[in-house]
Write a protein that binds this ligand. Structure first.
Ligand code: HEC
Ligand code: HEC
Length: 295
């Protein structure tokens, strides 16, 4: 009897410790099993026009919303259910501490400065950013004043690590790889080309990689073909004020991102975006798209 008690008293913690150790190291191994596919070697020009362009990209693509209105960094503890505690770093400081290739690998490829895959940073949304816009973003981040306090350490959380070990969740480098290329090119209507670029470096964060709707976390994001039913004025009201048709003034998430990001698009950009989004009802939806299957 005594023996059994001793064995249990020693054995259970060891077993539990062994399991947690396994989950920890297996999930770390998964995150470390990534490679930077291309090394960004674009010249970073820091003239005023380029810095302004970078500021506009950062504003409209949500860097401020997640990394803080002064890029001072931000902690997401309870509001994000897919992770323990995420810590978006101070970008003004980060951009001075790291070279442009490291910044680009994080933003467009989902690979962090430590060579590990990112988890909560939506790099899939930025895969299609053009090189010159990526370079302008770097120039802007480096020009932003460094403010803010030191931030806590992030924590992926056991639930997330267990999902990883069971193969049920993918890191950002994998999601970034799945983003399909743009469909329009040099021979197409330039306004539609600009509109697709805007939509697929902005709205695809939430509305699906092809903008045809997605369900994630507690949110259902409609197929953007719904915009065919919006007038020009309805669309401007949604983008600039976050208010939807029929006087719906406080959509749970869309209102917040519209006010923080889309209100800063120029009128020309909004016109390009709307014209492109209005072409969506005429294209078939790929029901087997890999990001949809995985949700
Ligand atoms: C939805 C929120 C969100 C948005 C939008 C966002 N980030 Fe992040 N970012 C994060 C989080 C959270 C992290 C911390 C790493 C993680 O948890 O994946 C991060 C990490 C980073 C890192 C550091 C990666 C590392 O560890 O080396 C860089 C650089 C970065 N983001 C740049 C940007 C830029 C530039 C933009 C705008 C184009 C942007 N982020 C938009 C949430 C966001
Ligand atoms: C951070 C996530 C996010 C981004 C980015 C985003 N949306 Fe949304 N959007 C939502 C969610 C979630 C809803 C559903 C309403 C809600 O829960 O807020 C929504 C709803 C909508 C609707 C339907 C409004 C209605 O009539 O009910 C339209 C149209 C829309 N979004 C357009 C866009 C466009 C255009 C973009 C890109 C410029 C965009 N969204 C980017 C999250 C997002």
């Amino acid at each position: 009897m005594k023996r059994v008690v001793v064995v249990l008293a020693l054995g259970l913690p060891l077993l539990a410790g062994g399991y947690f150790g396994y989950v920890y190291f297996a999930s770390e191994r998964y995150l470390a099993d990534v490679a930077v596919e291309t090394v960004f070697a674009y010249d970073i020009n820091a003239d005023a026009a380029t810095v302004d362009r970078g500021h506009h990209i950062a504003r409209t693509r949500g860097c401020f919303g997640c990394h803080g209105q002064q890029l001072e960094g931000k902690v997401f503890a309870e509001e994000w259910s897919w992770v323990g505690t995420a810590v978006a770093p101070n970008l003004a400081r980060y951009a001075r501490d790291h070279d442009a290739a490291t910044i680009e690998a994080a933003v467009r490829q989902g690979v962090g400065h430590d060579g590990k895959a990112l988890w909560s940073m939506p790099s899939y949304n930025f895969v299609l950013l053009r090189d010159e816009d990526m370079a302008a973003l770097v120039a802007f981040l480096r020009s932003a004043p460094i403010v803010g306090k030191p931030l806590p350490k992030p924590d992926l959380g056991w639930e997330t690590r267990s999902l990883i070990v069971r193969g049920e969740a993918q890191h950002m480098a994998e999601w970034a790889d799945r983003m399909p290329p743009l469909t329009l090119g040099e021979d197409d209507d330039p306004q539609l080309v600009r509109g697709e670029y805007l939509a697929k470096t902005t709205c695809n964060e939430c509305h699906g990689f092809d903008l045809r709707g997605d369900v994630a976390d507690d949110f259902a994001m409609p197929d953007l073909a719904v915009l065919a039913g919006y007038t020009d004025a309805d669309f401007l009201t949604l983008m600039k004020k976050g208010e939807a048709t029929g006087g719906r003034t406080e959509l749970p998430l869309m209102t917040m991102v519209a006010r923080d990001r889309f209100a800063y698009f120029t009128d020309d950009e909004l016109a390009d975006l709307l014209r492109y989004l209005r072409t969506l009802p005429g294209t078939p939806i790929d029901a087997d798209a890999v990001w949809r299957e995985l949700n």
